[in-house]
Design a protein around this ligand. Structure first.
Ligand SMILES: Cc1cc2nc3c(=O)[nH]c(=O)nc-3n(C[C@H](O)[C@H](O)[C@H](O)COP(=O)(O)O)c2cc1C
Length: 191
């Protein structure tokens, strides 16, 4: 049986982004670990995801096929998600926020019960690769990781590993250290 990996790339620099290059390392590693790995790529720079708006809600209500359906089907089919998540202005890229706006749908990826919200995307693992110009891990300036942990958990994805590449714009030494720390984290991961 295949092991489906969904790679969501959100760097505005596409494949040149640091998060994208680290994601490529992780994808290569997962492929080398298992011949059954099948990768689907969703590149948010080229596959433009519009802001989620009332017209999209209208189309969904009318039962029309939408990009949101396609994005949800990709996540549902995935066993493992790899999310490239650079920090832009202390949070996720707006493209990645739009992707989450499209995939969070009541009755499909989450539902409200008498006991509160329940995520419906079960048995999935996520790797988030977050690249930053500065250093923010575990500090109040990091609005990105808490958001990602919350929204992923909300739709049922609770097995999440964050890979950090920090200090990328703080000079050569910090940049090299930040990238090698991320590569070391990646080297021990498995599908
Ligand atoms: C629009 C924009 C906003 C950014 N905002 C931040 C920020 O708030 N904090 C930070 O540490 N780095 C910030 N950076 C630096 C990026 O996080 C850094 O360049 C990182 O390598 C980007 O990842 P990428 O190469 O995968 O796109 C910003 C970069 C851009 C282009």
């Amino acid at each position: 049986m295949s092991h489906n990996v969904l790679y969501v790339e959100s760097s505005i620099f596409g494949a040149q982004g640091v998060s994208s290059q680290l994601a490529a390392d992780l994808l290569q590693q997962l492929r080398s670990q298992s011949p059954d790995v099948v990768v689907t790529e969703r590149q948010l720079r080229s596959d433009t995801i519009p802001h989620f708006d009332a017209s999209t809600i209208g189309a969904i209500t009318e039962g029309k096929a939408t990009l949101a359906d396609e994005l949800i089907a990709e996540v549902q089919a995935a066993d493992t998600l790899i999310i490239g998540a650079p920090m832009y202005n202390f949070g996720v890229p707006t493209q990645l926020k739009a992707w989450f706006d499209h995939i969070a749908r009541a009755g499909v990826t989450f539902r409200y019960t008498a006991n509160g919200a329940e995520g419906l995307l079960k048995n999935k693992r996520a790797y988030v690769i977050t690249s930053r110009g500065g250093i923010h891990k575990d500090s109040v300036s990091d609005a990105e990781v808490p958001f990602l942990r919350n929204i992923l958990g909300f739709v049922g994805i609770t097995d999440v590993t964050f890979i950090y590449a920090e200090g990328l714009n703080m000079g050569d030494e910090y940049r090299e250290n930040g990238i090698s720390a991320a590569k070391e984290q990646i080297a021990v991961l498995a599908a």
